[in-house]
Design a binder for this molecule. Sequence first.
Ligand code: C2E
Ligand code: MG
Ligand code: MG
Length: 608
Amino acid sequence: MAFDSDASQDALPAADAGIVDEVVDYRQAYESLVQFLYQAPLGLVRLAPDGEVQMMTPAAAMLLNALPGSGDLDNLFDALRGVAPQLRQLVADFRAPTGTVCTALRIALAPATPHGEASWLGLTMRKISPHALMAALSDCTLEVEREQRSLHDRLTDASRTDALTGLPNRGVAIERIQQLIDARRAGRARSFAVLFLNVDRFHQINDSLGHAAGDEVLRLLAGRLQAQLRRRVRGDGGGGHDATATRIGNDEFAIVLDDLGRPDDVHTITQRLLDALLMPYGIGDQQLHVRVSLGVVLGAQASTSGVEVLNDANIAMTESRRGGSLRYAVFEPAMRDRAARRGLIEEELRHALAQGELYVEYQPVVALDAPGRPLRCTGVEALVRWRHPRRGIVSPIEFIGVAEACGLIGELGRQVLAAACVEFMRWRAELGPRAPRLLAVNVSRAQLFLPDLVDMVRDTMCSTEIPPACLQLEVTESMAAEDEHVREVLAQLRSLGLSLALDDFGTGYSSLSSLHHLPVDLVKVDRSFVSQVDSSDYHRVLIEATVQVARSLRLATVAEGIETEAQAQAVRLLGCDKGQGFLYSRPLSSAALMAWLAASTAVAADAP
Ligand code: C2E
Ligand code: MG
Ligand code: MG
């Protein structure tokens, strides 16, 4: 087979002799180019879009014949199926115009002997017409080996190595990512991914167990990362042959996965890494459970700089952490806007806390007495609000998470508790027996990890003189069940004489069976259950079971978010003790609450 040339002298316009000579020269030059290419060490194949070989140079035949199990070479995709299964699909998905490179791969060929080195086949395919592709094949083993050696040399350089874990450091991570970005832009479209990993609440490990224990956790974690990635390089853990784990900050690691085979490989590898990292860590004589958050940037979405890719992976990591139950998040551009928005909220919130833009509203909680009896207010829940100078009233849903993430939650919680306790004592002074008997204040997940939470609550109780029995702190289910440390803090808070409520019950790691582990006095059934109590058997049964288990543990129950008489009737019949919701009252300013109390017929005499 040879390159065909459709150019024929007859078909040329008969012009003067000069033009004919030029055409002859052109044809000769073309023929010799074809001869040259035909004999060059580079393998060339012309093929149809379905892989059928139309022409092949001897060098290409030699390279392809070296493939393990290569049969006849009628179809290039079939010939390469064992070593590059993605090829057919890559070409089928390629939509760009004629003349462009549609794929550039380096294909690892299995070593001839068990201890032999793998050899590498370079493959670049270009679309030369709507019906034909040209593939260039070369043996790029030496080139890959050189790259790997130089990578290895640079990785082992001390100035580029993290002393604690022995992993390459941040500079190496950025350089490696940059190389992959550049390779991609140059048309060597290797698919890669960058993983950003952060240990959740690492400072807590340092604070409670000491820095030596913290260091040991990082070393063990780095070891597990490397072990998992070595499995991958050996080829027994999903396609691909190159991976670099780096430590880029205190408790932050970046993993660069190169040469990913199928798009799903990154998910398989990430899941496996997470499984390995979540196994308990033996520190001294204890088994420590460590959680990590992970963000992924796929090569196809990577920006043009290594630093930016790391930033994006960090943003995705933050999203996965905010998602709570998510194991990891894959970066998408919209996340950048959300992160910028969070950054803006953080800045404004800092200002708001300093300027006193936050204030508290109070939502009554009522006894679920028999219908027809006067409403009895058993207490109120304090709910923070932000009077934003431009955006108006901002809901806590928008800013509590930001306050937690940026370390402002401590100050926010202190301001809310102090303001609510002061108001509560004022109602008692002004309303006497008509004042609410119980003040519930929310405490978010991050607050329980602040070292001064218990002191702060104690100080506020002392300075405002609120009787301990009148104060209730609300914590959410997932965090209360979570770990020993949380249970210990809850016990310390309770020892101040206040009571604890389990908020939003049913939404977290729901487990009725874990209720008895928790040092709480009251369970608040989440609105998502209450809103369906009169329409869904499933939700009704869950509320009923919750009430029964709570009763057996001598815990009171509150149904949250009651909006209709039918819901009130349903939760009352199921045995809930108290209710809260728009049916009775929306959250109110202090003045409006006083008016509401005066207008509603009675206040509980026996709360809480
Ligand atoms: P939460 O503690 O479960 O508070 C109840 C939320 O449900 C409040 O939303 C309340 O306005 C809303 N709600 C009450 N009844 C109804 C109803 O009948 N229908 C509907 N649709 N909603 C109802 P809000 O004030 O927006 O607070 C949302 C969450 O923000 C709270 O949920 C709590 O987790 C958190 N939060 C509020 N204030 C604070 C605070 O001071 N500190 C902390 N850490 N978190 C707070
Ligand atoms: Mg609450
Ligand atoms: Mg709630």
